[in-house]
Design a binder for this molecule. Structure first.
Ligand code: ZN
Ligand code: MN
Length: 488
């Protein structure tokens, strides 16, 4: 049995987060809306209506193409792709066939383990093309009835096709996650998997390791999550390996399979598939799109920092791979981290405050990230601690109360009387009281047991519910005790 390797390529559909649909002014945010309420004669495919391409969608697809290092086809056009299905009201999809928006891109990505640590080196996956098209409606099956909701019909999509450069289910998922990060970073898609905003078709074939031949492939249709993508590809790799062993070779022809989430296996949909004839022809109602070099250059220069570059910047701050991923993947956490780090110059402290304390409190109080304090409020907390208004320990309590109540630090400190006691006279009184109340510890200290000092400071902190400034207590106590011992 030769050593086999998997050869995997993906087709990804990502919904663009535009205000209106691809070819009509209908609301593009159909989430949670009553079925068939965000529709019009254009997206319902009524005869005689005319599609008008959405400039915002074209711009977003252009930005995404550049972020994927694609070459923009300065002249490209839309085509009609004909097929019949109940969720496709016009009887054709407006897509791009032989002149897509963008070609020949490249995505760099890393495979990470469960803890977020990068394993192996950086990988590459070439992008074959990126084109624009409109989404279909949605069918729901109830018993033997099928209901159509056309709210999604006409939603702008980017279809992104890769070369077969991926070698395992884990690589495919890592690539897809990086692609998702890029689309979110450039603002082209929210890519919310739960809302079906990003969907995958995965093609897989096997070959003997060391050969370059592409064998007939199995195409797994309609995978809606990273988990399904990983499970389906893992299953299909095993299944094709077993078939190879039994017939000493690859599949005899291309096949199309579906992934059954509940049974966790693939099911044959079509065998010996001949290329379906979609009778493509140029969309007669939309003129070709033409981009000038100047336009492309302008869009390129306005690209934000991409995730890979961002990770490099944060990795330079001495954080772990997992911390870097957390911060670069979640802009809200990053903004909180950034204000603390910029103010204090201390990455470790910013990590502890944001990734440990804040996330811990959000979790403990059953709050979402959206309930986290604003960066300004967190900055105020840090300032209160650094100015000595509250102790670092009290700062933790204040943060928890900020999460629980949504109030700002000053209000909480005021209401709860949490101000640190740092007034010299007050501390002197406290220290005198502490010496009186802890004769044994004082005795131990003066007889040379330095550690006894901590017990006396601890007594003061307990007495003041943590509000005394521990450094001042410590200093004054030392002074008092050394005076006492030199007097005796
Ligand atoms: Zn419409
Ligand atoms: Mn498509």
């Amino acid at each position: 049995m030769p050593q086999l390797e998997a050869v995997i390529g993906l087709e990804v559909h990502a919904q663009m987060n535009t205000r209106s649909k691809m070819f009509c002014p209908c609301d593009n945010d159909a989430f949670g809306k009553a079925p068939n309420t965000t529709v019009c004669p254009v997206c319902m495919g009524h005869p005689g209506t005319l599609p008008a391409p959405n400039a915002e969608a074209i711009q977003k697809a252009l930005v995404a193409s550049l972020a994927l290092n694609c070459t923009i086809q300065r002249e490209n056009h839309f085509d009609r792709k004909h097929y019949f299905y109940p969720d496709l009201p016009a009887g054709f999809q407006i897509s791009q066939y032989d002149f897509p928006l963008a070609k020949a891109g490249m995505v760099h990505f890393s495979v990470v383990d469960a803890s977020g640590k990068a394993i192996g080196g950086e990988r590459e996956c070439r992008i074959t093309r990126l084109h624009m098209e409109n989404d279909a409606g949605k069918l729901t099956h109830h018993g033997n009835k099928t209901l159509c909701d056309f709210n999604r019909a006409g939603t702008p999509l980017m279809e992104i096709v890769t070369e077969p450069d991926l070698r395992s289910a884990q690589e495919a998922v890592a690539f897809a996650q990086e692609l998702r990060r890029i689309l979110i970073a450039v603002g082209a898609s929210e890519a919310d998997m739960f809302k079906g905003m990003m969907r995958f078709d995965a093609s897989i074939s096997l070959r003997e390791k060391g050969t370059q031949k592409l064998n007939p492939r199995s195409e797994i249709k309609n995978l809606n999550s990273f988990k399904a993508l990983e499970k389906a590809l893992t299953y299909e790799t095993k299944r094709l390996t077993k078939l190879w062993e039994e017939s000493s070779g690859p599949l005899p022809n291309d096949i199309t399979v579906g992934w059954m989430d509940e049974e966790e296996k693939t099911r044959l949909l079509r065998d010996k598939e001949t290329a379906m004839d979609y009778r493509y022809f140029p969309e007669p109602d939309i003129p070709p799109l033409v981009f000038s070099e100047k336009e492309i250059a302008k869009t390129r220069s306005a690209l934000p920092t991409l995730p890979q570059e961002l990770r490099k910047q944060y990795a330079g701050l001495g954080l772990t791979d997992a911390q870097v991923l957390q911060l670069t993947d979640v802009p809200q956490l990053r903004a909180l981290f950034d204000v603390v780090r910029e103010k204090t110059g201390d990455s470790k402290r910013a990590v502890a405050l944001v990734l440990t304390q804040l996330l811990g409190f959000l979790n403990a109080h059953g709050k979402a990230l959206g309930d986290a304090p604003a960066p300004e409020a967190l900055l105020e907390l840090v300032t209160k601690i650094d100015e000595g208004t509250i102790s670092a320990n009290a700062g933790k309590d204040v943060l928890e109360k900020m999460v629980a109540s949504g109030k700002n630090p000053s209000a909480i400190i005021e209401e709860e009387g949490m101000q640190q006691i740092s007034d010299d006279t007050a501390i002197e009184e406290l220290v005198a009281k502490a010496i009186e109340a802890n004769p044994q510890a004082v005795e131990s200290y003066t007889s040379g047991k330095g550690a006894a000092l901590g017990a006396i400071v601890g007594w003061v902190m307990k007495e003041t519910k943590g509000q005394a400034d521990p450094k001042k207590v410590n200093d004054l106590l030392l002074k008092k005790l050394s005076q006492a011992s030199s007097e005796s």
